[in-house]
Design a binder for this molecule. Structure first.
Ligand code: FAD
Length: 391
């Protein structure tokens, strides 16, 4: 995976795959397809998908809770899975020690390493660039990643039996979209820092949500409150694919972990409270085991409608996707193929005016983008075989 000038991580070189490799990649690429992984015996909600339980939770160890993005749940579960021998290592991401503004995949074999690579990394990440190395070890492992990564792992399991055999714990953060690196570069520009001088770039954590903090090799320290960092949505520089994401809620994971600020935004700093969505029997066992061992605190139940209030942007997006996909099809761009993610059903909640607004907006943007990429390309209509939304 290489960083493009636009600040996105992309496979390189893209034209060197064999036809077989390409077919396997496209069958699992979240830019082309997304699928829920559903077990029997779950409760079910049209927005939040299949779940066994939803509850308020946080890491029991104060330091894990403090350093984590929200309440440190994913870190606590990763550490617990390691300590109890359920997994031999955890594949996840963290700051690149050479270029701390950027992120790289990491295999954590110790609890200390899971903890050192805690909290949200808001720029581009590619944890699955480490999947082959993880599988080649032939040991059971856990993965902590974005929903799109976990969808890809799930779909890849159809072609690679090692995945279900070895990738035995799948943890996910609920995701509003990945920013391009240009978002982080804008922070450095604002502070007047050269990337070569950056010694630490912490996007979040050390409190909930915690500020974005940059430290230089010369010992200077700059920080920006979370609400300032994410004040203007137009400046988030989110990847195109994320605006069409049908599975931001992690429906291929064992456990998904989210923020639970009423109304969807923090009003200040707090000790860190996650909402967890436990989706599988394995997730249920892991959470129960972590609670019993004193690694995790789980308190009151959260209902799907409470989650709607905590994540209004996710509900809006999920309802808008059918219209956005129609707009893409109008422009001759293949929308993401979705399986078990209820996009059509939720799209029917939109009144005709909003549906048309979303549809025409997506069509306009797709046509503009296509004109930039292939100026002479005529638009096709109503097809799933055109250019995809990209990964
Ligand atoms: C791009 C992005 C968008 C998000 N949008 C939302 C949202 O809309 N709603 C919401 O509720 N929460 C969102 N979050 C998640 C939120 O910031 C917390 O990560 C989540 O609540 C889990 O908190 P935690 O304390 O349990 O995680 P922690 O215990 O801090 O663990 C985080 C784990 O996730 C891994 N990780 C961090 N960043 C990435 C990444 N970019 N890609 C892959 N793995 C990563 C780390 O390696 C670590 O293991 C987003 C996070 C990211 C990175």
């Amino acid at each position: 995976m290489v960083m493009t000038p636009a600040g996105s991580l992309r496979p390189s070189p893209p034209d060197k795959f064999t036809p077989d490799e390409e077919a396997q990649l496209v069958a699992a690429c979240p830019g082309a397809v997304a699928e829920a992984r559903v077990e029997d015996g779950c409760s079910f909600d049209p927005v939040w998908g299949a779940y066994r339980s939803m509850a308020r939770a946080w890491a029991a160890h104060p330091d894990v809770r403090y350093r984590g993005a929200t309440g440190g749940v994913l870190t606590a579960l990763g550490m617990h899975a390691l300590r109890t021998g359920r997994v031999a290592f955890v594949l996840h991401v963290g700051a690149d020690p050479e270029q701390p503004m950027r992120s790289r995949w990491i295999i954590s074999e110790s609890e200390a390493s899971v903890k050192a690579n805690t909290a949200s990394r808001y720029g581009p990440t590619a944890p699955l660039a480490g999947l082959a190395a993880a599988l080649d070890r032939g040991q059971p492992f856990g993965i902590i990643a974005k929903p799109c990564d976990l969808t890809a792992v799930h779909l890849l399991s159809r072609n690679d039996p090692r995945i279900d055999e070895l990738c035995v714990v799948r943890l996910v953060l609920v995701c509003g979209g990945q920013s391009r690196l240009t978002k982080s570069q804008a922070v450095l520009e604002e502070f007047g820092i050269d990337e070569d001088d950056v010694a630490l770039f912490r996007y979040r954590g050390h409190g909930n949500p915690g500020p974005t903090v940059v430290e230089t090799r010369a010992g200077e320290r700059f920080s920006k409150p979370y609400l300032e960092m994410w004040a203007d949505e137009a400046g988030w520089q989110v990847e195109t694919r994320c605006k069409f994401c049908p599975d931001a809620l992690g429906e291929a994971a064992d456990v998904a972990s989210a923020d639970i600020w009423p109304g969807g935004a923090p009003t200040g700093e707090d000790e860190g409270f996650n909402g967890i969505i436990v989706r599988t029997e394995l997730g249920e066992q892991l959470v129960a085991s972590a609670v019993k061992a004193g690694d995790l605190v789980v308190t009151d139940e959260i209902t799907p409608r409470q989650f709607d209030d905590f994540q209004p942007h996710q509900v809006r997006k999920k309802e808008a996707l059918a219209a956005r996909y129609q707009g893409l099809a109008d422009a001759g761009v293949a929308p993401i193929e979705t399986r078990g993610l209820r996009i059509e059903e939720l799209g029917r909640r939109l009144d005709p005016e909003r549906f048309e607004h979303e549809r025409s907006g997506a069509r306009r943007r797709a046509e503009r983008l296509q004109a930039m990429i292939t100026p002479a390309r005529p638009a096709r209509t109503g097809t799933r075989s055109g250019r995809s939304t990209g990964g």
